[in-house]
Design a protein around this ligand. Structure first.
Ligand SMILES: NC(=O)c1ccc[n+]([C@@H]2O[C@H](COP(=O)([O-])OP(=O)(O)OC[C@H]3O[C@@H](n4cnc5c(N)ncnc54)[C@H](OP(=O)(O)O)[C@@H]3O)[C@@H](O)[C@H]2O)c1
Length: 284
């Protein structure tokens, strides 16, 4: 049995599908059972909250490996601590932690949080693999509203490049780590195949959607204000702002060969991924 937390998220749902495709038994952890109804009887459901210790132990029962997706806010540290304690008491499954490429050399708050979680996992004595992705391609879903309303993308990243990675490719690395144990004790930096700036991605998306898209450059401060207006806690908006500053300054331009090395196939390009998800921006 394999446990997937964050099973309704961008990466977790792909981890579930890949474990199911491999013929494995999967237990999905969610706060809301309705969000996992589409898997029907193909998965076991564990309804719980990483902030509620009483819901974690039953979810870990009989588990060989667990995919741990920590909650992004500050409570996420306590959640990881609680999860690891429950895992130690429950057969010591392998832990595959979704971390971040920034954890390797933490310079900003969010990176320090990832590094702290990794430290907790290492200190737990459990067997582990860290999956450290770079920027997710799915971050561009955030553009859906302004693309639908005004065919515009607001860009606080300037010309800073990253190598956006498809959630499915991150999941493929995570699933491999869960299934084989070949990747134990490794911190795997997972990126997509191409270094792209936001203007590059907007150009590709315009081609995929068959419509011109306008790009409006905005300051990092403006992006922070927008996040807060959209309901993000100010501390999270500040932390994300720091990360945007780093990318803007050119520090996100890192590409790795991890997906190909671990899975044997080339990582998905942004163009192919965008074609597959085109409806997310058109609403059609
Ligand atoms: N976006 C990036 O570019 C990037 C880059 C590197 C690392 N990361 C890391 O990737 C993670 C986000 O991954 P994602 O995009 O796959 O996630 P996501 O789509 O934002 O989904 C979040 C998941 O977390 C679960 N969740 C939230 N609060 C929970 C709680 N209290 N207890 C249990 N589950 C909870 C949700 O499950 P339910 O709602 O079903 O309960 C959902 O499945 C973050 O840790 C982030 O730091 C992101």
């Amino acid at each position: 049995m394999y446990l997937v937390t964050g099973a309704t998220g961008n990466v977790g749902k792909e981890v579930v599908d890949q474990l199911l495709s491999a013929g494995e038994k999967v237990r999905v952890f969610t706060r809301d059972e309705r969000k996992v109804a589409h898997w029907g009887a193909r998965v076991e459901k564990a309804v719980g909250d990483l902030g509620r210790q009483d819901t974690i132990a039953p979810a870990l029962d009989g588990v060989t490996a667990a995919f741990l997706l920590p909650v992004a806010d500050a409570d996420g540290i306590d959640h990881v601590r609680g999860f690891l304690a429950a895992a130690q008491a429950s057969g010591a499954p392998r832990i595959v932690l979704l971390s971040s490429i920034s954890a390797g050399a933490p310079t900003v708050q969010l990176a320090h949080r990832h590094a702290e979680r990794e430290h907790l996992v290492k200190a737990s004595g459990l067997r582990w693999t860290f999956v450290r992705p770079g920027t997710f391609m799915s971050n561009t879903f955030q553009w859906a509203r302004s693309i639908r309303a005004e065919r515009t993308v607001y860009n606080p990243h300037g010309d800073g490049k990253t190598a956006p990675v498809a959630p499915r490719d991150i999941a493929a690395v995570a699933a491999r780590a869960m299934l084989t144990g070949e990747l134990l004790g490794q911190a795997l930096e997972v990126t997509g195949p191409e270094l792209l700036s936001t203007p590059d991605q907007v150009e590709i998306l315009a081609r995929v959607l068959g419509t011109p898209l306008r790009r409006v450059d905005v300051s990092v401060d403006a992006a922070r204000r927008r996040m807060i207006e959209a309901g993000a806690p100010p501390s999270l908006a500040a932390a994300v702002g720091e990360l945007i500053e780093r990318i803007r300054a050119g520090n996100g331009a890192v590409r790795t060969d991890t997906v190909e090395r671990v899975t044997g196939r080339r990582p998905t390009t942004f163009e192919d991924w965008a074609r597959e998800h085109a409806r997310a921006w058109t609403g059609g």
